[in-house]
Design a binder for this molecule. Structure first.
Ligand code: ADP
Ligand code: ZN
Ligand code: ZN
Length: 824
């Protein structure tokens, strides 16, 4: 390699899926200034300017192209640490994606200025999504998952080029807003304060005169008196909003005082994300079991970087985390506290805020861009406002500065794995790598650990292992009863989907003013409509699925693409009016409860009722306050909710989870049922769980009912050995997607044949997944199993080589090939 004197270069990461970094030339002055992690604007392609991130600075000219000069430097100092850049490299390497993919996932999009339009939800207006046409709905829906979209993204979602008419209609309906150029999107939020006008400040006499004069304007006088009492009780500046609240005035009345030059207004910049509640409670005194576990964790951290706490639901794991965080804080270091789904953890957020006040920052994708930038900067600067970061998956990508500890709560949760688009990382596994980069520790916690983590801890001894087998305060684990509904049907002891046992126990709970949770698995049992005459069921035109019936909107909807039509009153195929709804979802259970118990209040928690930003917490609060007697819900119910007054949990039908075609179906069923059961009887009253099933002798149900995690683990491990699944083998899933069925088929044939030459019987498929067409794209999967002694690095290299030859075949080039590593 030739060093050219007086030439300087940087390699940058561009936010596009390029395989490599790209080199630009810089001046000597820029060479002295730039560091890895600083953003630069660079020209790319014909006329586009991209925001790129400096990865490397050097003096080696690229060999195959001439480096263009950069456009401008965008930062004073790095916005990403070298540790993050190392982590990104690991992610790109491990999950077989590009650094650009990781960059896009990591940086809040406000950091990625581009000369393009950005589409986001119009937050000033609330619109009913039923007023939207199908294509409008798709865009609207996507914006609920991602805070902003580019024109190109919208075009991908709708699978068409000319999307401007759709955007125009959405703007007219006030559903979205479009910003043209977003150079420097981040606007610090300013807060309005008032102080006494300087003429009064040190002049008691003038002040007295003023108050006398105002005796005829009692409201204004009262505002000033409130102002005085506030300024004497605290020395802090006085916010207009607080003054208005204290004096029960209106903003106009305050404005009058400002106009009269009695008050003076001024603005201060403050972070958007502030918590008023920083009442520093001291953490709880641990009981002896918690104390032992706490010491065991610390002991294991002496020799190992990762530890697993397997503690039954309500054993007090969270309080142990709190103690560990306190120690890390005392060292001035940062803690990352990962949770599977931040929207569901308002209870936890409040609890942690009591202990850590404003040192805790919450980070998640539903936050606005500005809020995310603020947390980002606080984490980067190791500010006291972000010593403890509580966040979902993506917070593992924040630019930590001095990390001491990562807690991964509910480590078994599937939502830690990100599916689409790339980088498809697993946040738990990434967290362990991140912690190692900082020589920090990782604590995994769960009442139902994933089989791979338990294997790492107890079989491989890679992790420290700590057990908590009692609930806090010796509250008993709930009593679990299996109800054979086949037998109940035979003996006519069923009313709708409710067995006589379930009805008895519910009646009993209501009599004692206790609450009930009813759980219905989301998968498999969506209600559909079928014609009694010809058997036709309405299908989604874009996907290979039957539309789901939504009673309360009287609609048929597709759960994959959002397509919906009004409920039909005649069969589309034969015109018969005898339509029947089959299967049962949460809606039907809700309706049946109302019929069985007309006097009790029922609420429902599922994807439909929790759409809005605050919908979750509304339902949860209503249930906590006992305004609701029965909560009917799906998977969402399992996630770490802590209700005091729940006596009974009913699992409506255990079989559909058990029969799901996936090697993890049994493990997941166990976890799900244990977690839902854990919601019962958290105080002195022993809880009760009824599991309705056609198959009460199923091993998993026996294990759930006896709380036999180890039994479940051992049996699952046997199966994983026999059928070569994780944690014994690693798996990489390859998915091909295209709108042409034949193309996908031919491509998948070619690809699997080539892979089979390398990996023989460890290649499975190609196979169509249960839903093989989604949004007009056919999907076909190939699974590669990798034995432990086979090099993972070499295997991935070989797969990428085959993928490259595949994409060089003209016919196959338009097929999208997606690699998903550790697709658990
Ligand atoms: P887990 O995280 O294992 O499900 P939690 O930490 O949520 O358990 O504890 C369950 C309940 O017991 C919570 O309401 C918590 O406040 C209470 N609790 C746990 N440990 C203590 C303690 N040492 N002192 C007082 N209350 C405790
Ligand atoms: Zn029909
Ligand atoms: Zn669809």
């Amino acid at each position: 390699m030739q060093l050219i004197k007086d030439s300087y270069f940087i390699d940058v990461i561009l936010p596009i899926p390029l395989e490599r970094t790209f080199t630009y030339s810089i001046t000597e002055a820029e060479f002295d200034f730039l560091k890895p992690g600083i953003r630069v604007a660079v020209p790319f392609g014909k006329s586009k300017i991209y925001t790129a991130l400096v990865f490397n600075i050097h003096q080696e000219a690229p060999q195959v192209y001439e480096a263009k000069p950069i456009h401008q430097i965008l930062d004073e100092k790095p916005i990403v640490n070298t540790c993050q850049l190392k982590l990104w490299q690991w992610i790109a390497n491990y999950y077989m994606c590009t650094l650009g993919d990781v960059l896009r996932a990591a940086l809040p999009s406000a950091f990625l200025l581009e000369s393009e339009s950005i589409i986001s939800l119009d937050t000033n207006h609330q619109i009913e999504d039923t007023s939207l046409k199908d294509d409008e709905f798709l865009v609207f829906e996507a914006l609920h998952h991602q805070s902003s979209l580019k024109v190109q993204d919208v075009s991908n979602i709708l699978d068409k080029k000319n999307i401007l008419p759709v955007l125009k209609r959405l703007i007219d309906k006030k559903a979205i807003t479009v910003e043209e150029e977003i150079f420097e999107k981040y606007k610090p939020k300013l807060i309005r304060y008032v102080k006494l006008h300087e003429t009064f400040e040190n002049d008691e006499k003038a002040l007295q005169e003023l108050l006398d004069k105002l005796s005829r304007a009692p409201k204004q006088r009262q505002i000033i008196m409130s102002f005085f009492s506030m300024s004497t009780s605290s020395k802090k500046p006085i916010k207009v909003s607080e003054l208005i609240e204290k004096s029960q005035a209106t903003s106009t009345q305050v404005k009058i005082l400002i106009d009269k030059h009695i008050f003076e207004e001024y603005y201060l910049q403050t972070d958007r994300v502030v918590y008023s509640n920083d009442g520093k409670l001291t953490s709880k005194q641990l009981n002896k079991y918690q104390e032992t576990a706490f010491n065991e964790v610390k002991e294991s951290f002496k020799n190992q970087n990762v530890a697993l706490i397997h503690g039954v639901t309500s054993s007090g794991k969270t309080e142990i985390y709190v103690k560990l965080i306190e120690e890390v804080l005392a060292q001035g270091k940062q803690t990352l506290y990962l949770v599977p789904e931040i929207a569901l953890t308002s209870q936890l957020v409040n609890r942690l805020k009591q202990y850590f006040g404003n040192q805790i920052a919450v980070y998640h994708s539903k936050y606005s861009l500005n809020e995310r930038v603020e947390v980002w900067n606080n984490v980067l600067n190791n500010s006291t406002k972000a010593k403890v970061v509580l966040g979902a998956r993506s917070s593992v990508l924040l630019p930590f500065n001095d990390l001491g500890l990562i807690i991964v709560d509910e480590e078994h949760e599937q939502s830690y794995k990100q599916f689409d688009p790339a980088p498809r990382y697993h946040a738990r596994d990434t967290a362990i790598v991140l912690a190692n980069l900082f020589k920090a520790k990782t604590l995994l916690g769960s009442a139902t650990p994933s089989v791979e983590t338990y294997f790492n801890a107890t079989v491989e001894n890679k992790y420290g292992f700590i057990e908590l087998t009692r609930r806090y305060n010796d509250v008993l684990m709930p009593e679990i009863e299996l109800v054979d509904i086949k037998d109940k049907h035979k003996r006519k002891r069923m009313k709708g989907h409710f067995s006589d046992r379930l009805i008895e126990e519910m009646t009993d709970a209501f009599k004692n003013n206790l609450q009930v949770i009813l759980f219905q698995n989301r998968r498999g049992y969506s209600p559909i409509v079928e014609c009694n005459t010809c058997g036709h069921s309405p299908q989604c035109p874009n996907c290979d699925v039957t539309l789901t019936y939504h009673q309360y909107r009287s609609q048929l909807r597709c759960h994959y693409c959002g397509h919906n039509i009004a409920m039909q009153n005649k069969c589309q195929a034969c015109g018969s009016v005898e339509l029947d709804s089959k299967g049962f979802g949460t809606e039907q259970i809700e309706a049946e409860v109302k019929q069985l118990f007309p006097d009790v209040k029922v609420a429902r928690m599922d994807l439909d009722t929790t759409r809005g930003k605050h919908a979750y917490s509304k339902i949860i609060t209503a249930f906590e306050n006992q305004e609701v007697d029965v909560l009917v819900g799906t998977q969402m119910l399992t996630k770490g909710l802590d209700f005091r007054n729940v006596k009974l949990v009913g699992i409506m039908n255990a079989d559909n989870m058990l029969n799901f075609p996936d090697f993890r179906a049994h493990e997941r069923s166990y976890q799900l049922m244990q977690q839902v059961s854990g919601r019962a009887g958290r105080t002195d009253e022993r809880g009760k769980v009824l599991i309705q099933t056609y198959n009460p002798y199923h091993k998993i149900l026996q294990q759930v009912s006896t709380n036999d995690y180890r039994g479940m683990f051992n049996e699952q491990m046997d199966e994983r050995y026999n059928y070569k699944y994780p944690p014994i083998y690693r798996i990489i899933k390859i998915t091909l997607k295209h709108r042409d069925y034949n193309k996908v088929n031919d491509g998948a044939e070619w690809l699997s044949k080539s892979l089979r030459q390398l990996f023989r019987q460890n290649v499975l498929g190609p196979e169509f997944p249960p839903v093989s067409r989604i949004r007009n794209q056919y999907h076909k999967n190939i699974l590669i199993k990798i034995p432990q002694k086979q090099s993972l690095g070499k295997t991935k290299e070989a797969i990428l080589k085959v993928k490259n030859s595949f994409s060089s075949i003209k016919d196959f080039r338009p097929i999208r090939v997606i690699l998903n590593v550790d697709n658990y």
